[in-house]
Design a protein around this ligand. Structure first.
Ligand code: ADP
Length: 218
């Protein structure tokens, strides 16, 4: 995995990526058009520079080619985001992650070869909606249109039973990949693992199967 990151656009999303990567000890170059943003990240990122990344000459001067992973977090200016991504691609950057503003933007980014397109507002909205629909689904991560990983709070019907007793895979077609008990996470639960009320099961499967599991057993 690459260790040298460049983050273009230091709004809420890019800023948050920049902070986390820096906190994890990664080498991060933070870039923004706006001086105040760059000043804000001077002491957080390894380097922070004022630059307009829609200018190819500027990108070259920044030595962007030397970065393993570039994150394009230019917000509302879709044109700048697309142009920047296109040039990064032409410069041969190994991994480009881009924040999309809407579905059309996402489509274009995929077409021009962005390696990873993220849509944080939409995805977070979905996650929160799922956890609002059911009191027992604490979190929900979409893997594809049909498959997800969900955190399901174990209800009374599961309490005192083992994974074998419940036979979740055969009965519901989903898999329990981990069990959270208070602060402890068991990432390789054994078949004879006894589930307690309020344990949190991390379940992977088709949305319809997770929903069935959650309705029947919780
Ligand atoms: P968010 O929705 O994540 O808060 P914003 O739209 O607030 O995103 O932030 C996007 C950032 O990208 C702004 O700080 C803006 O100055 C920066 N930006 C926009 N265009 C360019 C560009 N061509 N080059 C570098 N940074 C840019």
């Amino acid at each position: 995995m690459g260790r040298d990151f460049a983050v273009i656009g230091l709004g809420r999303f890019g800023g948050s990526i920049c902070r986390e990567l820096s906190k994890e000890g990664m080498h991060v170059l933070a870039i923004d058009l706006a001086e105040d943003k760059v000043n804000e990240y001077k002491n957080i990122a390894s380097h922070a520079v004022i630059a307009d990344t829609t200018d190819e000459k500027v990108l070259k001067e920044l030595g962007i080619r030397n970065f393993d992973h570039v994150i394009v977090a230019i917000g509302d200016n879709i044109q700048s985001s697309i142009l920047t991504t296109l040039m990064l691609k032409e410069l041969g950057i190994g991994k480009i992650t881009v924040k999309a503003q809407n579905d059309y933007h996402e489509k274009v980014l995929n077409k021009i070869g962005a390696d990873h397109v993220v849509h944080p507002e939409r995805d977070m909205g979905k996650r929160i909606a799922h956890s609002m629909i059911s009191n027992n689904i604490l979190d929900h991560l979409e893997l594809s249109d049909e498959y997800s990983i969900a955190e399901v709070k174990a209800g009374r019907k599961m309490s005192g039973k083992t994974l074998v007793d419940l036979d979740i895979r055969a009965n519901y077609g989903c898999n329990v990949v981990a069990i959270k008990q208070a602060k402890h996470i068991n990432v390789s639960p054994m078949p004879d693992e006894v589930i307690k009320h309020d344990d949190i099961l991390i379940v992977i499967g088709a949305d319809k199967d997770i929903s069935r599991f959650e309705k029947h057993l919780v």
